[in-house]
Design a protein around this ligand. Structure first.
Ligand code: NAD
Ligand code: MLT
Length: 310
């Protein structure tokens, strides 16, 4: 069977596919017509977040059995089109959860202690010690929007650093939140109003698109907003304005509405906004995990065995 891989995945995943006797073609950064040509004779397509797996892709790929997403979010895959064409979509929901949680914690510290800004000033030869007065996380309140796999790992880590936890997630029980030492609140605005730091961990869905906008940022007054989930959940214009106007103290973002390189995002020009280029899952361990898990899903689909669908 032919497996087309259009975003870089770790070698152990590619090796696993080859060991199982499949032909693996890597064609990174292919898009548009070139992607449609490349996928025409593929039986599996393996992607990360860089490939837009649109309806046209499913129409072009008549022999496609499975799309494997070496990561969590499937917002770059047209799931309805996959269903219409009888193609399985499998993600790797576990392997990068801890990496994403650790990155979220790192971004929280980066924002609260202005680490990138201070680093930049010192590298430029300036000892700006008097200009940075950070926020201590101990005894502050963390608002978690979405207590799924990543949100839970973030909760454990920031709880252990002395933060109080409040959660907004309409799909979990009070008991579930309590297992993580968190108060479940049934109102997003109240969660943000109670938080000193708010961190977003929902999928990007029609329901969550733009869920953090001007009104929500006003509730977070004086706090920090962290988004290592998906661009599009937070309104970037509203966030840039809220940080610039001092409504919120700062923000840290790993994901953007436009990727790669959100050149037009107003956030890139705001001093108190820390940014990274979608690095949440970029650890060696996480990349090996998701590559191997995705390879196993592809092999199982080819063998007619059950596959956990996204
Ligand atoms: P998950 O599905 O395990 O958890 C998502 C949680 O969000 C669930 O508990 C769900 O009930 C909740 N939710 C859904 N709609 C909601 C709403 N309207 N309001 C509040 N909560 C809502 O997902 P996960 O594995 O924890 O991943 C979370 C996010 O992180 C996803 O967007 C994923 O793509 C992203 N992610 C990013 C990186 C990165 O590299 N930056 C890495 C891993 C995951
Ligand atoms: C994910 O959803 O798993 C992340 O986007 C990680 C990635 O693939 O970069």
């Amino acid at each position: 069977m032919k497996v087309l891989v259009t975003d870089p995945i770790a070698d152990p995943g590619l090796e696993r596919l080859r060991e199982a006797g499949h032909e693996v073609e890597t064609d990174y950064d292919v898009e548009g017509e070139a992607l449609l040509d490349a996928v025409r004779d593929a039986n599996a397509l393996v992607v990360r977040s860089g490939t837009d797996v649109s309806r046209e892709v499913f129409e072009a790929a008549e022999d496609l059995v499975i799309v494997g997403r070496a990561g969590i979010g499937v917002d770059n895959i047209d799931i309805d089109a996959a269903t219409d064409h009888g193609v399985v979509v499998a993600n790797a929901p576990e392997g990068n959860v801890r990496a994403a949680a650790e990155h979220t914690v790192a971004m929280t510290f980066a924002a609260a202690r202005s680490i990138p800004q201070a680093h930049g000033r010192l590298k430029d030869g300036e000892w700006a010690k008097g200009e940075f007065l950070g926020t201590e996380l101990n005894n502050k309140t963390l608002g978690i929007v979405g207590l799924g796999r990543v949100g839970q790992e973030v909760a454990k880590r920031l709880d252990s650093l002395g933060m109080d936890l409040v959660v907004y997630d309409p799909y979990i029980s009070e008991e579930r939140a309590a297992q993580f030492g968190a108060d479940l609140v049934d109102d997003l605005h109240e969660t943000l109003a109670r938080a000193d730091v708010a961190t977003v961990h929902t999928p990007l869905l029609p329901e969550t698109e733009g869920m953090i906008g001007e009104d929500e940022l006003a509730q977070l007054e004086g706090g920090y907003l962290i988004n290592c989930a998906r661009g599009g959940i937070v309104d970037e214009d509203a966030l840039a304005a809220a940080v610039e106007d001092g409504v919120v103290a700062g923000a840290a973002l790993d994901s953007f509405a436009e990727e790669p390189l959100p050149a037009d995002s107003p956030l890139l020009d705001v001093e108190d906004v820390v940014v990274t280029p979608h690095l949440g899952a970029s650890t060696e361990a996480a990349q090996e995990n998701v590559a191997v898990d995705t390879a196993e899903a592809v092999i199982a689909a080819f063998d007619g065995e059950p596959v956990l669908t996204a």
